[in-house]
Design a protein around this ligand. Structure first.
Ligand SMILES: [Zn+2]
Length: 381
């Protein structure tokens, strides 16, 4: 009886409350309007201010501006896969970004594959002959190991199993780090790094999650063959962004440096793993303020607390009770059948010119009987 009642409720809910998504094709890419986003997540009508918009409802907010790649969801900054755009007076967000960022961030409880987390793999960036970024007050490989050891103690005190890719000053190839992570289940992978700026002085913290298939990496200018490949990490796109959200917002709270946002890349350690993973950049070694903080035990403790808090937030977010809403044709990151159809966008018709070129190059490299086309191995500082 209870089952029939909930089935009836479901049918009613399907008929009455789930707005349809209107998919708008613009320059060969699929978009939805912010009106549709607000309806789907039951937010109030968009408040517009020129190209800027705000969607609010309850404790949730989404803010953005047409012409930019930044969006704030619940006050955390994300760098979108594609810019927000305008067409016929409507502000549009790419279907890819709705699926890969907004959905898992707004409704992490619906991520189906998220397992109960018992183990945390901590990866101290660099080591041995690979020093990483150098600052006046220290070197990256030492700072990352120290933060990781502090985080290990905290996590273990809180009942987690912790495994380290390195616990001393040794060089471990990136591929070996990913392979190590893949030995564990019910686990997450957290890679700890610090930044270095090349041009002017840069400051702040940023978090990298794996760029979804078909999305350019934010450390590369153009599409490459790698953008079109399905990597092991792609099976956890939703978990990756949920983990990035949890860790990044905890870093902002604990470490109090400026917010450079959650970004996308194909670094080996987050690309080749089969468990949810992120790469954290906890400030700039060569910035006067960041560098001073990074050298201090208090800041390293704060980083360690951020990791503990972030893993806890992720765990409760993905296991949390969530009001049921049926998966949508566009917006559910949890339903495999509703992930945007990439085949459509890589078919030669109506395709984005940049993607077209990348497909062409990929096809040529396959024709040249090169089974493993040469692609630059992304590396993080
Ligand atoms: Zn690094």
């Amino acid at each position: 009886m209870k089952r029939i009642a909930s089935l009836l409720f479901l049918i009613l809910a399907l008929q009455t409350t789930v707005p349809a998504w209107e998919v708008i094709t613009h320059e060969g890419r699929r978009y939805v309007s912010i009106q549709d986003v607000s309806k789907f997540y039951r937010l109030r009508d968009p408040v517009l201010n020129g190209p800027a918009f705000t969607l609010t409802g309850g404790t949730k907010t989404i803010r953005g501006r047409a012409g930019t790649r930044e969006i704030y969801i619940n006050n955390v900054k994300y760098i979108l896969c594609f810019p927000i755009t305008q067409k016929d007076g409507q502000i549009l967000i790419s279907a890819m970004d709705v699926t890969k960022i907004i959905e898992p961030v707004m409704r992490p409880g619906l991520i189906k594959n998220a397992h109960a987390i018992r183990t945390v793999i901590l990866d101290a960036g660099h080591g041995g002959h690979d020093s990483g970024a150098m600052g006046q007050r220290g070197i990256e490989k030492e700072a990352t190991l120290d933060v990781v050891l502090r985080a290990k103690r905290l996590l273990e005190q809180n009942g987690y199993n912790v495994r380290l890719t390195r616990s001393s000053d040794v060089f471990i190839p990136l591929e070996d780090r990913a392979a190590f992570a893949n030995r564990f289940t019910n686990a997450v992978f957290v890679s700890v790094h610090f930044n270095k700026s090349g041009g002017g002085p840069a400051s702040g913290i940023e978090t990298f999650a794996l760029a979804p298939r078909g999305v350019p990496s934010m450390d590369e200018e153009n599409f490459s063959y790698s953008d079109l490949k399905l990597h092991p990490g792609h099976t956890q796109d939703a978990e990756n962004i949920a983990l990035a959200t949890a860790l990044h917002s905890s870093m902002l709270r604990q470490m109090r440096l400026s917010d450079r946002g959650i970004k996308r890349a194909r670094f080996v350690v987050i690309r080749d793993i089969r468990i949810p993973g992120v790469l954290l950049e906890g400030g700039f070694m060569n910035h006067p303020l960041d560098g001073k903080l990074i050298a201090s035990p208090a800041y390293r403790d704060a980083f360690a607390r951020a990791i503990l808090e972030g893993v806890g937030r992720y765990r409760s977010a993905v296991s949390g009770e969530s009001t049921y809403q049926p998966p949508s044709a566009v917006a559910s990151a949890t339903d495999k059948t509703s992930i945007p159809d990439l085949r459509r966008s890589i078919s030669p018709i109506g395709m984005h010119p940049m993607l077209n070129e990348a497909v062409q190059r990929a096809a040529e490299s396959i024709k040249a009987k090169d089974p493993q086309p040469q692609e630059p191995t992304p590396n993080a500082n």
